[in-house]
Every structure is written in structure tokens, then in C-alpha cells.
Write a protein that binds this ligand. Structure first.
Ligand SMILES: NC(=O)c1ccc[n+]([C@@H]2O[C@H](COP(=O)([O-])OP(=O)(O)OC[C@H]3O[C@@H](n4cnc5c(N)ncnc54)[C@H](OP(=O)(O)O)[C@@H]3O)[C@@H](O)[C@H]2O)c1
Length: 364
């Protein structure tokens, strides 16, 4: 696909939304989630921000589930994603630190005007290593300058608070991002892994465009009051870990054991004991995927998309084949009966190692 094709597609979708009166200003924001077309798999809206129906998570390009990957290969994965219609790319200052942003900046340089770059602040990376939480206003400004440089851009489309700093009231964080928006350095504000009360307090100062928190068929705690808060406030939702770090793709089984250096080794739902039970959910996903003629990864991603039209998963991959497979989720639809029957079957499985609803009351 050429840059022109991408621009044309973007223009046509913009025109459609404008025709439907959906590109209006903040006065219509509260109801914007309700106005979306639930079957739209080409473009979706997070608040007022239009993105592709699936994004690309670029964290593991810098390590985490694997060794840091060669830059030229990851630039190629990012450009392949653009060619296949992805316009939404997710990174963070702390991934690497810095290396993921460098890859994303290089990968998207030729396409900057057509894509949405989301990055995150909230940790101290000034020493070159991952430090503690830091969201003091002066630190946010310093972090932003570094991210702009590495991402080779003069504006961040979506700037998330990665984790709340207990020393800094969220109102001060929202106020700082509000000033950065006024200065033209940031376009939209996002939050990650915060409680409903924190979302409301931040949103009262600066409208929140998207909340990014963990949500997948395995980890569904967001259904206990977070998604409804987003719906009420017109905030989009971006599930991270949407294929449960690989588990829902079928690449692990009950005998899988992770090296201590792999982040998966620390996850309560992937311990040897938890795997014995949680594999039942994967078996159910495999059965349904087979009936629908799709892969478990596609089923898992399309299921998330089917929950709400303002949900945009960001599966992470370093592999061009996995990227192509995951994007196949955009062609998968569910009937209302299928969604109901699958949920009934899924809810009979008592998962091990997942979060309980009371954990949502605390910022993570
Ligand atoms: N806000 C936050 O606190 C937070 C936390 C974590 C992540 N994130 C963001 O969310 C993104 C996604 O989350 P995640 O990476 O933690 O989890 P994920 O997307 O659920 O899983 C990524 C893992 O799954 C594998 N995978 C993906 N598609 C596959 C396929 N079709 N077949 C086989 N394996 C497949 C990847 O390996 P391969 O590379 O081999 O494909 C990778 O190891 C991250 O990249 C990051 O941008 C945000």
C-alpha cells in the first residue's frame, strides 16, 4: 500500500465520520462511545481519536518476553504493519528503556502524518535504566522532550501516564498534560492501570481519551466497573496483553516452564499449577476457533473487539507472520448468540491466578 492509499483511506473514513456528525467538539463527547458503529473493524474511535481497529504493541521489540531484537528487523515489522492498515502504535519511554521508542521513531518516520503514536511517561529513566515512578510536572516535561526526540516527531498523539506516582496527585499530572496540549506538544491524554476514582479525577481536569489496562479472555477483571466507567465518560479502552502474553495463541501448554529472566515466570496465571487449570479456557478457545475456521489468536483479539466498538487491542509481536495472523482478527465477526454462548461456556471455568475485583479500587 502506498502513502497515498493510506491517506485516501484515512480521508474517506474521516469524511464518513464527519458526515455522521461525529467529528464535532467536546460537547458531544459524553455520548461518543454510544454513537460508534459496533461492526466497524476498519477504524475505531478512542474518545475523539481515530485509530485502526487493532494496534501494534512495540514493547517486546526491546525485550521482556524475548531478547531485544535487531532494530532493522523491528523497523521492517512496523512498516509491514503500516502496509497492512495499522495506524496505531504503542510504546513507552521505559521499554528498553528508550530502545522501543527509537525503533518506533525510525519505523514510522516515512509515515508520520498517517499514523497515531502513543507513548507513556511515569518512570525515571534518566540514568539509562528503569528507575522508580516519577510524575512530577518538571519530570514529565523532561521525559516528553526525550520521547519526542527518539520518536522523531514534534508532537505525541496520545500521551499516557504509565503508572500513577503516589507522591503526585493525578490532578497535577492531568494539569501538566493539559498545558502540553495547549503548547501543541501532545494531542491526547491517556491513563494506564488506575482505579475508577482516579480516572474521574483526572478526566475532570483534562479529558482522558483512552485507558490502557490489561484485558484478555484470561484476565477479565476490567469488566467489574472499569469498562462501564469508560463507557459513561466517553473514554476509549486499549487492552494490553490481549493474547495473554502468548498464552491465548496456543504457543504454551500445561508443561511450559519459563526461564526466571522471562517476565512470564512471575505471572500468577502462568505458574505450573495455574496452567493446569487455565489451559481449559485455551481448549475452549481452540474448539470455537476451529468451528469458525480461525486461529486462537484471531478469536481472542476479535472477541475483545466484539465487546465494545471503542475497544482497540494492541497485540505485541516481533514476528511478521504473527502480525499478519493477528490482523486477520479484523475479518472475524460474532453473532449475539455466539457471544452469549461463548460467555456462558467460559464462565463455567474457574481461572487460577487472575485478579479479583477489589484490586480495581487501587491504582496499580
Ligand atoms: N500499559 C501497560 O502497563 C502495559 C503493560 C504491558 C504491555 N503494554 C503494551 O501492550 C502491548 C501488548 O501487550 P504484551 O506484549 O504484554 O502482551 P500480548 O500482546 O498479549 O502478547 C505478546 C506476546 O505474544 C506473542 N504473540 C503475539 N501474537 C502471536 C501469535 N499470533 N502467535 C504466537 N505468539 C504471538 C508475542 O511473541 P512474538 O514476538 O513471537 O510474536 C509476545 O511474546 C505491549 O507491546 C505494550 O505496547 C502495556
Amino acid at each position: 500500500m502506498s502513502n497515498n492509499d493510506i491517506s485516501r483511506r484515512h480521508f474517506l473514513t474521516q469524511a464518513t465520520w464527519a458526515g455522521a456528525g461525529l467529528l464535532a467538539g467536546p460537547s458531544v463527547l459524553a455520548g461518543i462511545n454510544a454513537q460508534q458503529n459496533p461492526t466497524d473493524k476498519e477504524k475505531r474511535r478512542l474518545g475523539t481519536l481515530e485509530v485502526s481497529a487493532l494496534g501494534l504493541g512495540c514493547m517486546s521489540m526491546a525485550g521482556v518476553y524475548n531478547a531485544p531484537q535487531p532494530k532493522n528487523e523491528m523497523v521492517a515489522v512496523i512498516r509491514a504493519a503500516v502496509e497492512q492498515g495499522v495506524t496505531f502504535f504503542d510504546t513507552a519511554e521505559v521499554y528498553g528503556p528508550h530502545y522501543s521508542e527509537e525503533i518506533v521513531g525510525e519505523g514510522l518516520r516515512p509515515f508520520r502524518a498517517q499514523v497515531i503514536i502513543a507513548t507513556k511517561f511515569g518512570f525515571d529513566t534518566t540514568s539509562g535504566a528503569r528507575g522508580g515512578r516519577n510524575s512530577r510536572p518538571e519530570h514529565i516535561r523532561q521525559a516528553l522532550e526525550g520521547s519526542l526526540k527518539r520518536l522523531q516527531t514534534d508532537v505525541i498523539d496520545l500521551y499516557y501516564l504509565h503508572r500513577l506516582d503516589p507522591q503526585v496527585p493525578v490532578e497535577d499530572v492531568a494539569g501538566t498534560v493539559k498545558d502540553l496540549i495547549k503548547e501543541g506538544k501532545v494531542r491526547h491524554f491517556g491513563l494506564s492501570e488506575v482505579a475508577p476514582d482516579t480516572i474521574r479525577r483526572a478526566h475532570a481536569v483534562q479529558k482522558v481519551t483512552a485507558l490502557q489496562s490489561e484485558y484478555s479472555l484470561i484476565e477479565r477483571v476490567m469488566e467489574h466497573g472499569i469498562l462501564s466507567t469508560c463507557e459513561e465518560l466517553g473514554i476509549g479502552f486499549v487492552p494490553w496483553g490481549p493474547v495473554n502474553r502468548g498464552f491465548l495463541t496456543g504457543r504454551f501448554d500445561q508443561n511450559t516452564r519459563f526461564e526466571p529472566s522471562n517476565r512470564n515466570s512471575q505471572l500468577p496465571y502462568l505458574t505450573p499449577d495455574a496452567l493446569k487449570t487455565n489451559i481449559k479456557l485455551l481448549d475452549l478457545v481452540r474448539k470455537w476457533s476451529k468451528e469458525k475456521g480461525i486461529t486462537p489468536a484471531q478469536f481472542s483479539l476479535a472477541w475483545l473487539q466484539a465487546q465494545k466498538p471503542w475497544i482497540v487491542p494492541i497485540p505485541g509481536t516481533t514476528n511478521p507472520g504473527h502480525l499478519k495472523e493477528n490482523l486477520g482478527a479484523n475479518n472475524v465477526t460474532f453473532t449475539a448468540d455466539e457471544l452469549k454462548d461463548f460467555r456462558t461456556a467460559m464462565e463455567t471455568i474457574k481461572l487460577v491466578g487472575v485478579r479479583t475485583p477489589d484490586t480495581l479500587l487501587k491504582d496499580q
